[in-house]
Design a protein around this ligand. Sequence first.
Ligand SMILES: [Zn+2]
Length: 355
Amino acid sequence: MRRPLRQRQAAKNAKKAAPKEVQSLSFGARSSATGDELSAASGGQATAPGEDAAPAADASATFEETVAIGEPAEIDAGQVEDDEALVKRLIAGHTVQRVYTVKAGDCIGCIADEQQVSEDVIYQNNPWIENDKIKIGDQLNLTVQEPLLNVRSEETVTQTETIDAPLEIRKTDELKAGISKIVRPGSDGKRIVTYKLLRRNGLVVEEEQVSTKVVTPALSTVMLKGTKVTPSEGSGKFIWPVAGHKITSYYGKRWGRLHKGFDMVGSSSVKAADNGVVELADDSMSGYGNAIIINHNNGYKTLYGHLSKINVKAGQVVEQGEAIGVMGNTGHSFGTHLHFEVYLNGKLKNPADYL
Ligand SMILES: [Zn+2]
């Protein structure tokens, strides 16, 4: 049964009112209108909540207790309570003020446990608490409201919310595993959501999403995520480490000394002859200048010497054809070239047999 506030007041004022239950009242939260004015205020045009509009709401409330208007009775004037005192009594009811002083070792949860109050009460009564920070000597209000009349209210609230731009991950084997890049930045969307809120004495005890309408869809952020895994084991077949190569010195004995590899010129970029793991990438080997050794993990190792620049680090997995450095003239070298050696199971081999 719903009875507008006006009628309730009218009933109260009526002299010959029969006992009536007045358990509920309804009102439009957006207007101050009550009773008959309500239909005029809320009827007609539907109000679409604009971007900056405050949340729209409709509400109704009931007392948990049975509230009735009794038979008129004759009483002493002294028994009539004045309005203010009556309101105070209805609201305060059996409420007993409680204050707790924080002592060493206390925490919100511990106090709630020890003092038999809900943590929610502590947070609601003491809104100054931030990040659960309390210190010795702080006064906490632990008062639990116990009014004579409890009001249960239900309201419908409509508000505009932001839809976060989702992240869309697209896998690609065109990028190495572990590498990712954003190819399209997203944008947030907007939606109108209607909630039904159930409150007890003004505090929300239940929340339910009734409807949602997307106004502007969110645009996802598109991110490419590399999946290409470079095997750390070689294929067993080498490619030339220099594009457009021209051999300037072959492998073999000359003037009583062994030339341990191929010397070549061509494109300045030096490439890994096969997949593998970089074992050495520095200038620590006498005569070789800046040098790289790749362990192909299949018995083979290759060496690249006299580099002007090293682009890899020891431990790094490299792919066949990957640029690992730049041709140079470091170490015991006369003129810019690449010195390239091949080893199988620790034994030096003639590159001619593998290229
Ligand atoms: Zn050489």
